[in-house]
Design a protein around this ligand. Structure first.
Ligand SMILES: NC(=O)C1=CN([C@@H]2O[C@H](COP(=O)(O)OP(=O)(O)OC[C@H]3O[C@@H](n4cnc5c(N)ncnc54)[C@H](O)[C@@H]3O)[C@@H](O)[C@H]2O)C=CC1
Ligand SMILES: O=C(O)[C@@H]1CCC=N1
Length: 269
C-alpha cells in the first residue's frame, strides 16, 4: 500500500511542497493537509483536490508527517499530535532553527525525526532541501524524506550542527537574490530605463549568471574576471561595491540569519 503523507501547516512552504508532490506524481489519495483556518482548508481542497483533516486525524492516518508551521507554533502543534501519533510515524520538520531534540523530547514514543530546510524555488522544481537525521531516524527514513524532496530540486545531507548555517545560506538565500534584483531594477530606473525593461535585463543577467555558475565548473572569481574588461565599465561598478562594503554586508547579513536560526531553537519568539 502507498505511503500516506500529511502536510501540517499549509502556508507558503507547506503549499509549495504540496504542489511539488502533486507535480511529481503523488496521488492526491495519498496526501492529507491540515490548516488552521477553515477558509484556508477549503481553498486547498478546491485548488489541489486533497483531503483536509485535523492535526489529530493526520497523526492517526499518515505514515509521514511534514510539519511546516512557524517555529513559534511548533510546541503547540506537537502537543496536539503527541497523544495520537504511533511511534513508527516519520516526522519531518521544515522549521528554521528547531532542533530534532525538540521533537524527540515531545514525542516520547521515539518517533524518527528528520529536519529539512527547503527553500521556495521548490515551486519551480529548483529548490534545495538540506536534510539531517535525528537520533531515531535511519537510512530508510532519510531515503523516504529524499523521495519527497528530490523531485522538487536538489537535496543535501548535512550534520545537524550545520543546519543553522544552511538555513542562512539556502533557506533564506532566494530572498537575497530578490533583494538584489529589486535594488538593481531601481538602479536601471535611475539610469533612465523603463521599469519593465530594467526588470527583464536584470532577471536575464541573473539567470545567465546562475546557469554559468552551475554548469561551467568555473570559480565565480574567474567568471567575474571574464566580464571585467581593462579600463572598462564593470571595474568601476566593482570598485563602488567594494567601497560600500557590500562583501562585508553580505557576510554580516548571513551571520545575522544564522544567529536568528539559533534563537528559534527554543521554539519561542
Ligand atoms: N517561507 C520559506 O521560504 C521557508 C519557510 N520554512 C519554514 O517553514 C515554516 C512555515 O513558514 P512559512 O510557510 O513561511 O509560514 P506561513 O505562515 O506561510 O505558514 C505557516 C502555516 O501554518 C499554519 N498553522 C499554524 N499553526 C497550525 C496548526 N496548529 N495546525 C495547522 N496549521 C497551523 C498557519 O495558519 C500558516 O498557514 C517555518 O517553520 C519556516 O521556518 C523553511 C524554509 C523556507
Ligand atoms: O525567514 C524564515 O524564517 C524562513 C526560514 C528560511 C526561509 N524563510
Amino acid at each position: 500500500m502507498a505511503q500516506k503523507v500529511a502536510v501540517l501547516g499549509t502556508g507558503k512552504i507547506g503549499e509549495a511542497l504540496l504542489s511539488g508532490m502533486i507535480r511529481a506524481g503523488w496521488s492526491t489519495d495519498d496526501l492529507l493537509v491540515t490548516a488552521r483556518r477553515p477558509e484556508r482548508a477549503e481553498a486547498l481542497r478546491a485548488r489541489y483536490g486533497v483531503e483536509t483533516v485535523t492535526n489529530a486525524e493526520a497523526a492517526k492516518s499518515a505514515d509521514t508527517l511534514i510539519l511546516a508551521v512557524k517555529p513559534q507554533d511548533m510546541a503547540a502543534l506537537l502537543s496536539e499530535l503527541a497523544p495520537h501519533l504511533p511511534a513508527d510515524r516519520l516526522v519531518i520538520s521544515a522549521a528554521a532553527g528547531v532542533p530534532t531534540s525538540f521533537f524527540e523530547e515531545r514525542l516520547p514514543g521515539g518517533n524518527p525525526v528528520v529536519r529539512v530546510m527547503p527553500n521556495t524555488p521548490v515551486l519551480v522544481d529548483e529548490g534545495m532541501s538540506v536534510i539531517s537525521a535525528g537520533t531515531h531516524a535511519t537510512e530508510d527514513h532519510l531515503l523516504r524524506t529524499e523521495a519527497i524532496f528530490k523531485p522538487v530540486g536538489k537535496t543535501l545531507r548535512v550534520p545537524e550542527s550545520q543546519q543553522d548555517a544552511a538555513t542562512a545560506l539556502s533557506g533564506s538565500g532566494p530572498a537575497y537574490f530578490y533583494f538584489l534584483v529589486e535594488a538593481m531594477t531601481d538602479a536601471g530606473i535611475l539610469l533612465g530605463l523603463p521599469r519593465d525593461k530594467a526588470h527583464d535585463l536584470i532577471v536575464q543577467a541573473a539567470i545567465g549568471a546562475a546557469v554559468m555558475l552551475r554548469d561551467s565548473g568555473e570559480h565565480p572569481v574567474k567568471l567575474r574576471e571574464a566580464v571585467t574588461s581593462p579600463a572598462g565599465t564593470t571595474i568601476n561598478a566593482i570598485r563602488e561595491l567594494e567601497k560600500h562594503g557590500v562583501r562585508h554586508a553580505l557576510i554580516a547579513a548571513l551571520e545575522a540569519a544564522r544567529d536568528r536560526s539559533r534563537e528559534l531553537a527554543s521554539g519561542e519568539g
